[in-house]
Design a binder for this molecule. Structure first.
Ligand code: F6R
Length: 606
């Protein structure tokens, strides 16, 4: 959350900083700002709202300068307004920050006693004053080392100095930070995406490290100030994936890309000739693994929940799942024979990273399922299974969800085969089904017209429910989450069998209820639960699969039928109408679909 950019160059930097901020806007979009060293002074331009407004303000201000920093904010301390927007500056120091300084109140008291005056409500401003204070006695490097030691919490920082007008300092603890190398200029950014239009040569800071960036060289240091060497990575250029093309929103594009998501991932992992799954260099002995723990947040957690059903169905592992923000603070009994699997699109989610870090510190077997392979979670887990989705820009996760499910399913099948939990015949059959999955997913996209015609009922209602059993229960949770975050209407996901234990009381005349009931082992039971809500006045949208058999229920409001497949692959097909329902509901309400209110794509704070 929050995006950082810094550029030191022999050219003017305000315009490339604005362009990079536009790319970073998915990390936070409540306010934005820029500071440069302009004619020997620190000059800031900041505003509430989007980068578009900042661009206007910058062009009016005629900001110049060859060294500068920029920021897009997702508010933590202090409301989103111009004063709280970053950068925060003293006469000599200007700072952009992503993260939270947990001891800011104590530091603020200490600084006020020293005569420092604060303008904003942010935790970030203490960093500015602390550096200013230390610079009274120390040289720049020593001041930075001392300040970083004083800060508790998580941060990625970009700092510029009036008295050292040719450089930018970057520092990282917890929140991600990258350095880019260009001709006659160098960069600092929250991620490689922000830097991609300027360079494909990138280095990443590890936790505790800081760097001094000048236009013609970059030096890296560990937390003690010892100089360290860094690898320069050459990233592939996939700029076209960052464009919306003919689509109105990234989310619409990303939903439609899902057959390709499946195809790419299947091509990466499935050896079509030998009908086998390729997972190379798996660093653990399968015999030593007795249990699996799957950990993630939000949509990624839902993919873990679905995977639990697969692992229990197809393997003899003991399987647990956990929400990362809970796992990290519980008194866990770490198990040497457990494989800890961390699932994350961005690979930067603070809670998921902290849970991974905890497992690494306890010397556990760790593996990650990620989309961004240069991310912190990918870099710090012992084994990585990429989902090969390409960039996901819309804040709501769609194609990454399908990618996460697919990779978890593939991992499950491979481990089942290795442990001989699955017969050869079943293994081959499941691989064959996977080869056909992209085609089936394509059919699920064709539910557009019906969804468009019914979404008004969801947005006009007081609330809605999403129900399912078995694999369809996590899908119900995901459908409800999507509708909440995009259309801002209350939606609850529930196991269909739990309704009678309380939530049934919510059902009233005309309440829209989505029932996800493909014809799997739970079908009949779910249909009974559906009848119970219909009997109490609910308007039911039933999502099932095509079949010759009649549906034994009357008074269903609407039905959507996906293609037929094996039970364990239905989550891929029934998820898509739910994504479309959320998309069209938000579209009808005129909301900012790619940037829903109060949210951000990369959740790098707790
Ligand atoms: C919902 C959504 C979030 C993310 C969650 C984890 O549409 O996108 O719930 O799934 O913030 O993010 P990653 O997968 O990047 O760890």
């Amino acid at each position: 959350m929050c995006g950082i950019i810094g550029i030191t160059s022999n050219k003017l930097v305000s315009s490339p900083i604005i362009n990079s901020l536009k790319k970073l806007e998915y990390r936070g979009y409540d306010s934005a700002g820029i500071a440069t060293i302009d004619s020997g002074y620190i000059k800031e331009v900041k505003c509430e709202g989007r980068v578009e407004s900042l661009e206007e303000a910058v062009s009016k201000s005629k900001l110049t300068g060859n060294v500068g920093i920029g920021h897009v904010r997702w508010a933590t301390h202090g409301i989103p307004n111009t004063i709280n927007a970053h950068p925060h500056s003293s006469e000599n120091v200007s700072v952009v920050h992503n993260g939270i300084i947990e001891n800011s109140t104590l530091l603020k008291k200490f600084l006020i006693n020293k005569g420092h005056k604060f303008k904003s409500q942010t935790d970030t401003e203490v960093i500015v004053h602390l550096i200013t204070e230390y610079l009274k006695k120390d040289n720049l490097k020593d001041a930075i080392i001392k300040v970083l030691k004083k800060l508790h919490g998580s941060f990625a920082l970009g700092i510029i100095f009036k008295d050292n007008p040719n450089l930018i300092v970057g520092a990282r603890r917890g929140s991600p930070l990258a350095v880019g190398y260009g001709p006659g200029e160098n960069y600092l950014g929250s991620d490689s995406y922000a830097l991609k239009s300027m360079t494909n040569k990138i280095s990443y800071l590890n936790d505790g490290e800081f760097c001094i960036i000048k236009k013609d060289n970059v030096e890296f240091f560990n937390k003690g100030g010892k100089k360290i060497n860094k690898k320069i990575l050459h990233l592939s250029s996939d700029e076209q994936n960052y464009e919306k093309g003919d689509y109105k929103h990234f989310m619409a594009k990303e939903i439609d890309e899902q057959p390709n998501t499946i195809k790419n991932c299947v091509n990466e992992y499935i050896d079509k000739i030998n009908k086998d799954i390729n997972i190379f260099n798996f660093p653990f002995k399968e015999k030593e693994i007795k249990s699996i723990t799957l950990i993630g947040c939000g949509t990624a957690y839902h993919s873990c929940l679905i995977a639990k059903y697969w692992f229990e169905q197809l393997t003899s592992f003991d399987v647990s799942i956990d929400i990362a923000s809970e796992f990290r603070y519980r008194k866990n009994k770490f198990k040497k024979d457990c494989l800890y699997v961390f699932v994350s699109q961005s690979g930067e989610t603070a809670d998921t990273y902290a849970a991974l870090d905890l497992c690494n510190k306890n010397k556990m077997k760790t593996c990650s399922v990620v989309n961004v392979i240069e991310s912190s979670i990918a870099r710090d887990s012992k084994f990585v299974l990429p989902i090969h989705c390409g960039p996901e820009i819309g804040v709501a996760s769609t194609k990454a969800f399908l990618g996460q499910m697919l990779v978890l399913y593939i991992l499950c099948l491979k481990l089942a085969q290795k442990r001989k939990d699955i017969s050869k015949k079943d293994y081959l059959k499941k691989i064959k089904n996977l080869l056909n999955l992209a085609e089936l997913v394509k059919h699920s996209l064709a539910t557009e017209n019906k969804i468009q015609s019914i979404c008004s009922s969801f947005i006009d209602a007081k609330g809605s429910m999403f129900l399912g059993r078995g694999y369809s229960f996590p899908v119900a949770l995901e459908g409800a989450l999507k509708l909440k975050e995009l259309a801002y209407v209350h939606a609850e996901g529930y196991p269909a069998g739990e309704m009678k234990h309380g939530p049934l009381a919510l059902i009233e005349d005309g309440m829209p209820v989505v029932v996800i009931a493909p014809r799997d082992q739970h079908y009949k039971k779910t249909i009974s639960n559906m009848q119970e809500v219909i009997a109490r006045g609910a308007k039911v949208l039933l999502i099932t699969n095509k079949s010759k058999d009649e549906i034994y229920s009357e008074n269903i409001w609407e039905t959507i039928e996906v293609e037929n497949t094996e039970d364990d692959l239905f989550p891929f097909l029934v998820t898509i109408p739910l994504q479309k329902l959320a998309y069209y509901s938000a579209l009808k309400k005129g909301y900012d679909i790619d940037k829903p209110r109060n949210l951000a794509k990369s959740v790098t704070v707790e």
